[in-house]
Write a protein that binds this ligand. Structure first.
Ligand code: GCW
Length: 680
């Protein structure tokens, strides 16, 4: 059924007739394209289908190369001009940018390229679906050229940190025969203007490179290409040794270089428009250049040079390199320092088609982190910021956690490089440091569940990611309102309720899991789900809290700590280095303080912990009642699906509250002012 979620925000629900009849009758779509695999063709079909469903108007498509009378014209600006159209009014567009005009007799949807025409079609349909018939004429251009999705799919069909079913790409070691869901996924990605997808796990094996799977890879690329989505793959660093039978995978060894160059030729034979490679190396047990006493740049450049002769392919080299056997007894040790320690001095050494993929914070997609200091330490090496739509540390889709407000704390942060305005979004868009290949990546991890991510509400994060990657100044409330109208309906109660729950969700989750910058206090050893504040310490993973009987927090200061504050540019370093100027929400990220330390709010750290866990859980407990207002306003299937998860979240928030508060009262023995916290 259309209600099961597969169409997500592309449901094109019929508008109520009193609204719908206000729209003029459309007569024809003229598509300036003849190829069925062109995104312009896809766009014309999408318009036809969407207009039929939203407005109940059946209209024809004419595929043409000259301008004929029409009510909607779709194509590229170039095809429009050569078909005799007057493009004078249209400003110069950036790559992937589009022009949308609903003024005058003809709706014009014209892209800088074919994929951009499809973006324009989705924009127009999004307006219609929300009952917005206003007359507009504007150009829309992306923040940044790289806007990708990453999937952590394994060839056996499992998905690492995936919470929405099995892989839509692979099963039993091979590419699935039926790739219907892959095309549907590409449609969703294109509608939020993403232009690339990495289809296999960063913890990659080498079997994707066998001849059978390369054929499968071609089919995946073919399924996504009509939507303007190009694909890339993750590689396993030791493939030359383990698959190729060489004695080494040393990136400077001529045979190894030749091996990768041959493989790359084979890959381009099946996927001529390959995006490139994603590399996780020397991270969490993965081999890499350091294994062969070479630098990370040597490793990245080896792949870059294999790609170079074939086109514009890039190597996404992940900055997630750290030692996961770190010694906690040494107070100078700090996993948060790793990315800058490893990459800073290599800044001049990467080839121009290497891009560093940097997780938004220095640790790992926690509920609150400062921006990774690496964003302020690369000047000549292009980078992308990595987000995680899949809620690995954020309740794994059993909790509603709407992430755009969290992401915006990072994107809006001013790094003050050289004492000048250096907003993170301006860095990754390329504006601040004049980068050309940069932008956004997000781990999405959709699966074959009809909800894609495992929960309808979680899809706001995928939608929001696309919106911010296109325009980081979009507002988190506007984004979720659009998403709510498109996903559930334009009724005000629906929009207000979904918006309120969503906007309250991240602050609530932060409150009942881990506040004041202590990280998400989940089990970090295995599941990354559910409370386990004791699991952070006593192991080498470096997500330490250093909680003892008297004090808590990581000392990351210059004088007594790990010197992590000093990895930020001076003005920012001074703020984080000083307890007085560090914002409360990051206090325990940067400082080790007594539980009785006073916050700016006047409360002690421990009382804030107790109170926040109560406040957060109380908020989560209002979600089921808020949602109940939607009964009958949306279909029962999705109503019940969401209601069940919200009920779970409400209960689990109490489990969280009591586990965390109980843990700390047992540690420090300081009673709760309000006398709620027992020593569990
Ligand atoms: O957060 C960690 C995850 C790993 C993941 C890793 C990474 C794919 O727990 O499952 O591995 O991040 O980003 O590489």
């Amino acid at each position: 059924t259309p209600e099961n979620g597969i169409d997500a925000w592309l449901r094109y629900a019929a508008l109520p007739s009193d609204i719908r009849i206000k729209h003029k009758q459309l007569s024809r779509i003229v598509a300036l394209s003849s190829s069925e695999t062109s995104p312009v063709y896809t766009a014309a079909k999408e318009l036809q289908d969407g207009i039929n469903r939203i407005l109940n108007q059946q209209i024809d498509i004419l595929f043409a190369t000259t301008i004929v009378t029409s009510t909607i014209i779709i194509g590229t600006v170039a095809s429009f001009s050569s078909a005799g159209g007057n493009a004078q009014e249209i400003p110069k567009l950036k790559e992937d940018g589009f022009w949308l005009s609903t003024k005058g007799e003809t709706v014009q949807i014209l892209g800088q390229n074919e994929r951009a025409a499809l973006y324009g079609a989705f924009e127009y349909l999004s307006m219609l679906a929300q009952g917005n018939f206003s007359q507009v004429a504007y150009a829309s251009n992306p923040n940044a050229p790289i806007r990708w999705a990453n999937q952590w799919d394994n060839l056996d069909g499992s998905i690492e940190r995936g919470y929405g079913g099995k892989s839509i790409f692979f099963k039993n070691g091979v590419v699935l025969d039926d790739l219907t869901r892959v095309a549907q996924y590409a449609r969703l990605l294109a509608s939020i203007r993403l232009n690339g997808a990495i289809v296999n796990n960063v913890n990659a094996g080498y079997n994707l490179l066998n001849p059978l799977n390369l054929k499968g890879l071609a089919r995946i690329a073919n399924a996504m290409r009509p939507y303007g989505i190009r694909i890339g793959i993750s590689l396993y660093f030791d493939s030359p040794r383990e698959l190729g039978g060489l004695s080494t995978s040393d990136p400077l060894d001529p045979q190894v270089i030749k091996w990768w160059s041959n493989i790359t030729t084979l890959v381009y034979q099946v996927v001529p428009d390959l995006l490139g490679y994603l590399i996780k190396a020397n991270s969490e047990g993965q081999p890499g250049p350091l294994t062969y006493n070479r630098t990370l740049a040597d490793g990245a450049n080896m792949f870059a040079r294999a790609l170079k002769p074939h086109g514009d392919g890039v190597v996404m080299y992940r900055a997630f390199v750290y030692n996961h056997h770190l010694d906690e007894s040494d107070w100078k040790n700090d996993r948060a320092n790793a990315a800058v320690d490893y990459f800073k001095d290599l800044d001049t050494q990467f080839d121009d088609n290497v891009v560093i993929q940097i997780k938004f914070g220095p640790i790992d997609f926690q509920v609150r982190e400062p921006p990774s200091p690496l964003f302020a330490n690369l000047r000549q090496t292009n980078a992308v910021i990595e987000f995680m739509v899949a809620q690995e540390y954020l309740g794994q889709q059993s909790h509603v956690v709407y992430q755009p407000p969290l992401w915006k704390t990072i994107l809006d942060f001013d790094m003050r490089i050289d004492g000048k305005s250096s907003i993170v979004s301006d860095i990754v868009s390329g504006q601040r440091l004049n980068w050309g290949r940069c932008g956004y990546a997000a781990v999405v991890n959709v699966g074959n569940d009809t909800t894609w991510l495992g929960s309808h509400m979680a899809m706001a994060n995928l939608y929001g990611y696309g919106r911010l990657a296109w325009n980081s100044s979009d507002n988190a409330v506007d984004i979720v309102q659009d998403w709510a109208r498109l996903t559930f309906g334009i009724d005000k109660t629906i929009v207000d309720t979904v918006t309120k729950i969503s906007m309250e969700s991240w602050p609530a989750y932060e409150n009942y899991t881990g506040n004041l910058g202590i990280q998400t206090l989940c089990d970090i050893l295995y599941t990354h789900f559910g409370p386990s504040p004791g699991s952070q310490d006593g192991n080498g993973w470096g997500q330490w809290t250093r909680a003892n009987a008297h004090s808590i927090g990581m000392d990351r200061t210059l004088s007594t700590g790990t010197k992590n504050s000093g990895q930020y540019p001076l003005e920012v370093a001074e703020i984080f280095d000083n307890i007085e100027t560090t914002p409360d929400e990051l206090l325990l990220w940067f400082h080790h303080v007594p539980y009785t330390q006073k916050l700016k709010s006047g409360k002690t750290v421990i009382q804030h912990f107790y109170d926040a866990h109560y406040t957060g859980a109380e908020t989560a407990q209002t979600f089921p009642a808020q949602w109940a207002a939607l009964k009958g306003l949306i279909d029962d299937e999705r109503f019940e699906h969401v209601a069940l998860r919200l009920a779970y979240q409400a209960g689990h928030s109490i489990v969280w509250r009591d586990a965390v508060n109980g843990f700390y009262i047992a540690k420090c023995g300081i009673p709760d002012d309000a006398n709620r916290v027992g020593n569990h």
